[in-house]
Every structure is written in structure tokens, then in C-alpha cells.
Design a protein around this ligand. Structure first.
Ligand code: SF4
Length: 245
């Protein structure tokens, strides 16, 4: 059943019994008018280099196993990446960098992520975004973040039995973690709230550890602000905290 209001998002997320139900509910969500219009316009107009492809043009669910010990929390799908292919971080430069690093870390079976049917499998790791629709200029509004939060919170709730560490890609994801942690784990954020930074770490009793990592955007990777070695260090730390190394 489609979700067309914040109240329906909250109700449908709460009623989702498992991850496939969350994923199906996310894909059938229309609760943010601005983002619905944008995702559909991008899917219609397309980028010239993808003009022969059918865009997904819908919200993008999480990806990875239900018994993940590591979660990677991003901002939102890319207009011509996840919004095109239907899989998060798939088909864009950010994904190229992220999945190459996950493959080096032994958390992905292949270093590339180009299409939803490309055979990519994640090990111990689930990836999702704080906002599930591609936003204009990669900037969701606070109301859109809040409307989408129940999907994130329910997804976290369902992987809670195994989840040990969350890697927040960028300051937006870092900020989205605190209400998620309170909603899912009942944990109180430290006061003052820890600032985002690459390499920042927060441990709150009863909740997964939080690691800060610069976003894998071209803005960061092309300029050298975020290097493959820096990503390798983050995922090595995440694996240690998850009991995988
Ligand atoms: S951003 Fe989230 S709540 Fe808003 S329409 Fe997309 S999936 Fe639904």
C-alpha cells in the first residue's frame, strides 16, 4: 500500500515485519511532494549518457544482508546513480569508490556496482540512506529527513540483533543517527553532541558504535580530501568493532 503522508510512512514502517517488507514499503512511498516530483523529473529527462536506459525513479531501499554487523549510513540516493539503477550507491562515482573499498575490506564480493543485477553481494554489511529519495542538489529539507526517518528507524530495529557499528558518511548522516539511536535503542546522545569529523568515534552504552567518515562524493574523493587509504582505515576499524577482524 503506498505511503502518501508522514502519518502513513510512520504506520507502514512500524507495521513492516521484516526487511523485505521495509524495502517494499520504501519503494512505494510518495510522502514528500518535492522529492517525488524531482525523482520523477530526473527519471524522465535523464542524463544524455543514460538516455537509452529506464530510470528507477522511485525511493531506493537499503541493500545488504539482514544479519549485518556493520551499517553504512549515507545521505540520500544520487539522481543519476541510485535513482537510475534502483540500488543505493550503484551506477555513480561515489559507489565506485565505496564498493572498491568494501571489496578491499572483504565486505563485498566485487569492487564494482554498476546495476541492480550485476551480481554484487555484501558480507556482514548493510547500506542505506537517511533519506530514500534523490533530492535536488543533494540537499534534503529537514521536513523530508524527518518524514523519511521511520523507514530508517524500522530498518535499524530489524537488524538490531546483529548490528555493532554504524559508519556515517558525512555530517548529514551523522546528525541523522542521533534521533535514530534514541528511537531504536532508547540511548541518549552525549551532551554536547559530538561533532562530525572524519575518524570521529562515539560509543553509547547499548547502541552500536558510531564512526564518522567523509562522504564518498566526488567533491571529496577527486580533491583528495578522502583517500582510499582513509576509507581502508575506517572499514578496518569497523570490522574490529564488529568482531570481524
Ligand atoms: S524521502 Fe522517504 S518519506 Fe519522502 S517520499 Fe522518499 S521514501 Fe518517502
Amino acid at each position: 500500500m503506498p505511503s502518501r503522508t508522514p502519518q502513513e510512512v510512520a504506520a507502514h514502517a512500524a507495521a513492516a515485519a521484516d526487511l523485505p517488507a521495509v524495502d517494499a514499503g520504501v519503494a512505494d512511498c510518495f510522502a514528500c511532494p518535492r522529492l517525488v516530483a524531482w525523482r520523477e523529473e530526473v527519471a524522465l529527462v535523464k542524463r544524455a549518457s543514460f538516455r537509452d536506459q529506464d530510470y528507477w525513479g522511485r525511493p531506493v531501499p537499503g541493500f545488504g544482508p539482514a544479519d549485518a554487523t556493520i551499517a553504512i549510513l549515507g545521505l540520500a540516493p544520487a539522481a543519476h546513480g541510485g535513482n537510475r539503477t534502483g540500488r543505493i550507491f550503484t551506477g555513480d562515482r561515489s559507489g565506485d569508490v565505496l564498493f572498491a573499498a568494501l571489496h578491499r575490506a572483504g565486505l563485498a564480493n566485487q569492487p564494482t556496482s554498476v546495476a541492480a543485477d550485476d551480481g554484487l553481494t555484501l558480507h556482514h554489511t548493510r547500506i542505506f540512506a537517511a533519506v530514500r529519495c534523490a533530492p535536488p542538489d543533494n540537499k534534503p529539507l529537514p521536513v523530508e529527513r524527518d518524514t523519511c526517518a521511520p523507514w530508517l528507524h524500522r530498518e535499524l530495529d530489524l537488524i538490531r540483533p546483529t548490528l555493532r557499528v554504524v559508519v556515517a558518511l558525512g555530517a548529514f548522516a551523522w546528525a541523522a543517527w542521533w534521533p535514530a539511536m534514541t528511537a531504536v535503542y532508547g540511548g541518549r546522545p552525549p551532551v554536547p553532541r559530538p561533532a562530525f569529523g572524519h575518524g570521529a568515534q562515539v560509543s553509547v552504552a547499548g547502541a552500536p558504535d558510531l564512526l564518522g567518515c567523509y562522504h564518498v562524493s566526488q567533491q571529496n574523493t577527486f580533491t583528495g580530501r578522502l583517500t582510499p587509504a582513509m576509507l581502508d582505515d575506517v572499514f578496518a576499524d569497523a570490522k574490529r568493532r564488529a568482531g570481524l577482524a
